[in-house]
Design a protein around this ligand. Structure first.
Ligand SMILES: [Zn+2]
Length: 70
């Protein structure tokens, strides 16, 4: 785990978003709360249509790969 630069709220860019997007999607699919664990990523998704699309495509891709529960 890397240390976060502390207090001041940092914004992330699309590159960082893409890097962690799969983690966010997996948490979502496992019924966890990725928005709580990764609020910056969630904020970026809310504000960035491109990453939002990428995220939804990723969700579909993971679902298609395997349904662990169900
Ligand atoms: Zn973006």
């Amino acid at each position: 785990m890397s240390k976060l630069p502390a207090t001041h709220e940092a914004e992330i860019g699309c590159d960082e978003c893409f890097e962690e997007l799969h983690i966010f999607a997996e948490m979502e699919l496992k019924g966890k709360s990725p928005g709580d664990a990764m609020p910056l990523l969630k904020e970026h998704l809310d504000n960035c249509g491109e990453c939002r699309q990428e995220y939804e495509a990723l969700l579909e891709g993971i679902k298609a790969l395997g349904n662990e529960d169900a």
